[in-house]
Ligand binder design. Structure first.
Ligand SMILES: [Zn+2]
Ligand SMILES: [Zn+2]
Length: 252
């Protein structure tokens, strides 16, 4: 599997971090996890083949995770020649289908009928979706907004878990147990901690509970970048920890 962090930022405008977006490649699957503002142009800047994305999975409905979805579909239809002809499937928590219908009401009916098949699927809690090539996608509820979920993507004996936005959740740590890579949000420093996001120390505790082989951090509000993230994570998690940037990638 390969992970590329496309957007490691948040709702805060940032000179080098666009809003949330992460690409997972497994077999023939190219799965975009969240599609926040700036993600599409960032992929072009990085030389990431946005044309070849096969699936999109949204973690929740905050603007910094969904805003570029209309632009991505528009790019597939009008931003390349010839236009896309291959199908795409968009997953998300319950309410995703209704959300995208509302988006299409604003942007135009082309969003759901752009000339190639667009399938939108609401995922039930802990539902497992079997994608082509033996790749499995499943979601798990997390404490952030009522609809928010984390995702697990597995292929063979490899497994990645993406927290999306989340507060502290021991259940998420247990659900992530023994994953090869935990892609976790790391939003705020201790003195700004809130129940809907994680601090570096809370991420360290999550990674330790999950016993992940590798921790990759994303979703940084600017104040958390001023603290020693590695040191605070390492108080509880001893494994390799990456403070990701837009364009960072790894095979695992
Ligand atoms: Zn967010
Ligand atoms: Zn959020």
């Amino acid at each position: 599997m390969k992970l590329t962090t496309i957007g490691t930022g948040t709702a805060a405008p940032h000179p080098s971090r666009v809003s949330a977006a992460h690409l997972v490649e497994a077999g023939d699957i190219r799965l975009l996890l969240d599609c926040g503002s700036g993600a599409v142009h960032r992929m072009a800047h990085l030389g990431v083949a946005w044309q070849d994305i096969t699936h999109v999975a949204l973690t929740h409905f905050h603007t910094d995770h969904i805003a570029d979805l209309p632009l991505l579909i528009m790019g597939w239809r009008w931003g390349q020649l010839p236009p896309r002809s291959t199908p795409v499937t968009i997953y998300g928590p319950v309410g995703t289908g209704a959300l995208i219908e509302r988006m299409a009401a604003v942007h135009g009916g082309w969003m759901l009928a752009p000339g190639f098949p667009v399938t939108v699927r609401d995922l039930g809690s802990d539902e497992i979706v079997r994608l082509p090539g033996g790749v499995e996608l499943s979601s798990h509820p997390v404490p952030h907004t009522p609809e928010s979920v984390a995702y697990s993507i597995s292929e063979g004996n490899r497994r990645l878990v993406y927290t999306g936005d989340t507060g502290v959740s021991e259940a998420l740590g247990d659900w992530s147990r023994d994953c090869d890579l935990l892609l976790a949000e790391c939003s705020l420093p201790d003195d700004m901690a809130i129940g809907e996001h994680l601090t570096p120390r809370q991420v360290g505790a999550l990674a330790a509970r999950a016993q992940t082989r590798q921790l990759v951090l994303t979703h940084f509000y600017p104040p958390v970048e001023a603290v020693d993230i590695h040191a605070e994570v390492a108080e509880q998690y001893a494994g390799p920890t990456i403070v990701a940037t837009d364009g960072w990638s790894t095979h695992f």
